[in-house]
Design a protein around this ligand. Structure first.
Ligand code: BES
Ligand code: ZN
Ligand code: ZN
Length: 481
């Protein structure tokens, strides 16, 4: 199995070709839908395709012109990719003119991303999984290859990173647990030239990381890990402050003794998706040569029941020295993150700390599956991340963080409770809990991605399962610094 961690199917490869290269078998044309449905045109919805075998053309609808946005090109790309795979096309091409004719500078990049993201598949565990030759999609340049090659390269790196986050996110807990995740992180860091430090249970004990240790106590065969990856930044000054990314990596969340029921426990392998986004983002940033130094800190644990497990009523001591009264063993993500945030601030002088976590079911109730919640102590950071999310179509929406919400976490016996006893404002209370572990001077944002980390059904460029949400957003933000 050595090295197979990165063996992710690539049904499509994209390459740039010269303006004068020979004609292809199949040429792809993107076009806005006509006002009225018409013969010879694809349908009105973005991504509708019309194949003309005799002419060797695949016409792809971009929907109604006034509604067109950059993401429309991802949708079109996703749809083309799936069509090519389903129809076993050997190759196809699109002219850069056709894409950039829409006057949207990022259209080609978005189309390429969609093309590679839409054909992601997770079939490693199926007996009949067969790897076929990748389909080549050529992008015909107009004025020299350089510009197109740059776009294609960047889209390929991004899509591979998202697909890595999806692939690892999709693996169940009997494949990926905190220990095997740490092994994968080591392999990832070797591949991308990152520094990697693993804090195992002994080390966590030694430093007093009682919160993550408590969460992981029930899974004594697969104990928790804090995984740290560092990327120095391309040509970064020695004193440049890093952006620290923190990811919730619950490889399985049964709820512990505050146990989830059957329906709600299903899918809790996806409770590690914040961590997967952070891992994939730092790898992609290194490959792209982002100039900002980056640190990724993963809190990996498995929330299980056993006679070793932590219980409701337990009083635990976090790495920060603050004591926490456990109300619900199912509010475990914030405990893991608390120690990671403390570790981050002790070890690094961060210009920003950003955590991604599938923290609460409540954020799904509030925002559904279209937007993730963002809670922050710093308006500028929050706005920068939200803007990045608009650009990548990984959209965020702010929730408040008024200190008064902390009333809900006041504990008689400890410094705070890990969960309120009322069913109010869960995502905000989660954020307020984390806030207790963040210095006022450190710009920090918490992204509650519980509604976006996985999806029950296929969409234009995201098949069912782990979505890889956050990877492109983080890269966009990091590149904007
Ligand atoms: N991992 C869950 C949150 C979650 C729920 C993610 C649904 C994805 C889909 C988290 O650890 C959890 O159980 N949170 C509790 C918090 C509560 C006890 C305050 C929840 O949302 O019910
Ligand atoms: Zn939980
Ligand atoms: Zn959880």
């Amino acid at each position: 199995m050595a090295n197979s961690y990165f063996d992710i199917p690539e049904p499509i490869r994209i390459k740039a070709i010269e303006a004068g290269a020979p004609k292809p078998q199949l040429s792809i044309t993107l076009q806005a839908a006509p006002e009225k449905a018409a013969l010879g045109y694809p349908g009105k919805s973005a991504g509708d395709v019309l194949f003309n075998g005799a002419a060797g053309t695949l016409l792809v609808s971009l929907g109604e012109a006034p509604k067109m946005i950059t993401d429309t090109f991802r949708v079109a790309g996703g749809s083309v990719g799936r069509w090519l795979v389903q129809n076993a096309a050997p190759s196809a091409e699109i002219s850069v003119n056709n894409v950039n004719g829409f006057g949207i500078p990022n259209a080609l990049a978005a189309f390429c991303e969609g093309l590679l993201l839409g054909v992601f598949k997770f079939d490693r565990h199926k007996k009949a999984s067969n790897s076929i030759e990748p389909i080549t999609v050529s992008v015909r340049a107009q004025n020299g290859l350089d510009g197109v090659e740059t776009v294609v390269r960047r889209a390929t790196i991004l899509a591979r990173a998202v697909n890595l986050a999806r692939d690892w996110g999709h693996e169940p807990a009997n494949v990926i647990n905190p220990v095997t995740l740490a092994e994968r992180a080591v392999a990832l860091s070797e591949r991308y030239g990152l520094k990697c430090t693993i804090l195992d249970e002994k080390k966590l004990e030694e430093i007093g990381a009682g919160a993550i240790l408590s969460v992981g106590k029930g899974s004594h065969q697969t104990p928790p890990r804090i995984i740290v990856l560092e990327y120095a930044g391309k040509n970064a000054a020695a004193d440049a402050q890093p952006v620290v990314l923190v990811g919730k990596g619950l490889t399985f969340d049964s709820g512990g003794y505050s146990m989830k029921d059957t329906a709600n426990m299903q899918g809790m392998k996806y409770d590690k998706c914040g961590a997967m986004a952070v891992l994939a983002a730092i790898a992609a940033a290194a490959e792209l040569g982002v100039s900002t130094p980056i640190v990724a800190i993963i809190g990996a644990a498995e929330n299980m029941v056993s006679s070793y497990a932590y219980r409701p009523d337990d009083l635990i001591t976090s790495l920060a020295g603050k004591t926490i009264e456990i109300i619900s063993t199912d509010a475990e993500g914030r405990l893991v993150l608390a120690d990671c945030l403390t570790y981050a601030q002790r070890k690094y002088s961060a210009r920003a700390v950003i955590d991604l976590a599938t923290l609460t079911g409540g954020v799904v109730v509030a925002l559904g599956r279209l937007r993730a919640g963002i809670l922050s102590n710093n308006t500028a950071l929050s706005e920068q991340l939200a803007a990045a999310g608009e650009r990548t179509h990984e959209r965020l929406w702010p929730l408040p963080l008024d200190e008064e919400y902390f009333q809900l976490l006041k504990s008689d016996d400890g410094d705070m409770k890990n969960s309120a006893t009322v069913r109010e404002a869960h995502p905000i209370v989660g954020g307020i809990f984390l806030r207790q572990f963040v210095e006022d001077t450190v710009p920090w944002a918490h992204l509650d991605i519980a509604g976006l980390a996985d999806t029950p059904k296929d969409s234009a460029y995201c098949p069912r399962g782990a979505t890889g949400f956050g990877v492109r957003l983080l890269i966009d933000y990091l590149e904007s610094l």
